[in-house]
Design a binder for this molecule. Structure first.
Ligand code: FAD
Length: 467
């Protein structure tokens, strides 16, 4: 092959951005024509199919990415199928001599990538992978005895002490498109993937809340750093205000690089990062911790991290009980409407399901997987297991969130309740937290009595502890 026929292939996955995208930059720097491809893989062994809300997000994110690529002289090739096979086909068809991607950390994904890399080596292609989506790659952070950390605080301390966070890379000014003519590949039409919901189309609340894509992510980050960041320590606990960054779906799809977030913080606070912003940074650390857990425990979403929980006597919730919880009929309705839920309310809702209803955490994890726009293969199971007590550095078993107390403490003025449970809007700030006591017409009865269900949970956990 002559050099004029050489091309580079960039395989994008959970890194749907041009900014700080080392795979894309390295390809563009070669000066060869570049083919940029995204593969929707719902078939390879072990790949977890996306839930409804993330499918919605992915559609819009890909559409925006395709426009950004076109604006720089390139285009996005869409293909569907088992990624290992599809990438080889695309590479052969494009006559690719170089293959680039940013690394991912789930076991099935790593197996696919390793197989593609091996194939590339055998066929004379140069495959290069990069660190782009985690600040600290899981295998680089180890305890003194060489194992993975099981507790967050020492993990995060080791991360910060051990490595400098690299600077983000600027996006390439131009990305030479794939060669015109014979080698231009036919891809799928995005619409043909049917990622958007229809009959019914439940995405109205999502569209009203979110702007998927890199630009939306950039705005969120700037708004957060200009606004609530310096009061994050208290603001992050109050679901009625926008006290957190709401970057989670953007980070989930890699529309913003964690390196960019880190750098923006340093730029805004060059002398000293305020304590509240430091707390925010440690939340990014939780994301890293969750990925480190998944890396070392590939079946985190299906298996108790602490095996003694295999003996736990979960109760199968009744169908109507579960539906009431899922749809937030008794209060937690933000998720159902917007595809996102404030962390404090996630903790309360999860605690209610696994402790007050004694339902297996996997039921809740799967529901969140389907309904969250930020549903993340690591953070979702890790946090569910944290709440259930079966996870790493988990919440102690006797910590059972009382939803009424939580509501009184963190939504004292009832702002959050009034927004998401509007039928309660006229109640005063005292009675709004226990609406079933006030005779609001048609308000459902509580699913369980809080004190009794708390005692039941404590007894079940005690039994586990006693062996
Ligand atoms: P901020 O408070 O602004 O935090 C900044 C970023 O730090 C977040 O965007 C997120 O990437 C990361 N982060 C914050 N808290 C956590 C945490 N506890 N664990 C891991 N990363 C964190 N987060 C997800 O991104 N995807 C999930 O699927 C997910 N499922 C969850 C399930 C349960 C039961 C619970 C209790 C929490 C879950 N979280 C999940 C963590 C957390 O609730 C969200 O990351 C956070 O609410 C996102 O809002 P934000 O971007 O405004 O967060």
């Amino acid at each position: 092959m002559t050099s004029s026929e050489e091309t580079a292939l960039v395989w994008l996955r959970d890194d749907l951005r041009l900014d700080d995208n080392p795979a894309l930059n390295s390809a563009a720097a070669l000066g060869l024509p570049v083919t940029v491809v995204y593969v929707l893989d719902e078939e390879s062994a072990g790949i977890r199919p996306l839930g409804g809300a993330t499918r919605w997000w992915l559609h819009h994110s890909l559409a925006r990415l395709a426009s950004s690529l076109e604006a720089r002289g390139s285009r996005l090739l869409l293909r569907r199928g088992p990624a290992g096979r599809v990438i080889k086909e695309v590479a052969v068809h494009a006559g690719a001599t170089h293959l680039f991607w940013n690394r991912r950390y789930g076991q099935p994904e790593r197996s696919i990538d390793a197989a593609v890399k091996a194939w590339a080596g055998e066929n004379g292609l140069e495959a290069s992978s990069f660190q782009a989506n985690l600040l600290f790659e899981p295998w680089t952070v180890k305890t003194g005895s060489g194992g993975p950390y099981k507790v967050f605080t020492p993990f995060w301390r080791a991360c910060l002490a051990g490595q400098e966070v690299r600077d983000p890379q600027e996006p390439p000014a131009r990305i030479p498109g794939p060669p015109q003519g014979g080698r231009l590949q036919a891809g799928d039409e995005l619409d043909s993937w049917r990622l958007l919901p229809s009959s019914p189309d439940w995405s109205g609340g999502l569209s009203a809340t979110w702007t998927p894509g890199e630009e939306g992510a950039r705005h969120r980050l700037a708004d957060f750093l200009d606004g609530p960041a310096e009061e994050y320590g208290t603001g992050r606990n109050l679901p009625g205000i926008e006290g957190t960054s709401r970057l989670s779906p953007h980070l989930r799809f890699g529309e913003v690089s964690p390196f960019r977030v880190w750098r923006e913080i340093r730029q805004r606070f060059p002398h000293k990062v305020p304590a509240d912003v430091g707390i925010f940074r440690s939340e990014l650390g939780w994301r890293e911790f969750c990925w480190q857990l998944l890396y070392n425990n590939p079946d985190l979403a299906t298996r108790n991290y602490r095996p003694e929980f295999d003996r736990f006597a979960w109760q199968q919730p009744g169908r109507s009980e579960l539906a009431a919880w899922q749809q937030g009929r008794t209060g937690y309705r933000q998720l159902w409407q917007t595809g996102w839920m404030h962390n404090r309310v996630r903790m309360a809702a999860a605690s209610f399901l696994v402790k007050n209803l004694l339902a297996d955490w996997r039921i809740g994890e799967q529901w969140f997987w389907d309904t969250l726009v930020d549903a993340d293969a690591a953070s979702n199971p890790a946090n569910w297991q944290w709440v259930a007590g079966s996870g790493a550095d988990a919440s102690p078993y006797y910590r059972i969130f009382n939803p009424v107390t939580q509501s009184r403490k963190f939504d004292a003025g009832g702002r959050y309740l009034r927004e998401f449970v509007p039928e309660l809007a006229d109640l005063d700030n005292k009675s709004i937290h226990e609406p079933w006591k006030t005779g609001v017409p048609d308000y459902p009865e509580p699913l369980v009595e809080l004190p009794q269900s708390r005692e039941r949970a404590l007894a079940a956990y005690q039994q586990l502890k006693d062996g």
